[in-house]
Ligand binder design. Sequence first.
Ligand SMILES: [Zn+2]
Length: 91
Amino acid sequence: MTEVSPHVDGNSLAGPLSDIFAVDMTRAWWRCPDCGSTGPLAELHVYGPDPGLTARCAGCDRVALRLVRHEQDTWLTLGGAEGAFRFRTAP
Ligand SMILES: [Zn+2]
């Protein structure tokens, strides 16, 4: 039997990422390079908060991003340099 870890939805990333990005992060779009799933940031599964936030693809569990805050620094890793987030800046 596989144990399922608790997670919250991708909306929990909007606040921490707004410190880095000047756009509305809820409008970011994820495309998974492994399983091909696409969807808004809110559909990612987010684990944390310690040692940081890790967002995973809802389709296959691939890491989409990691966000770690330490003192005055914020460290952001986007997947394995594959996949892409899309940001719309105009309605
Ligand atoms: Zn996937």
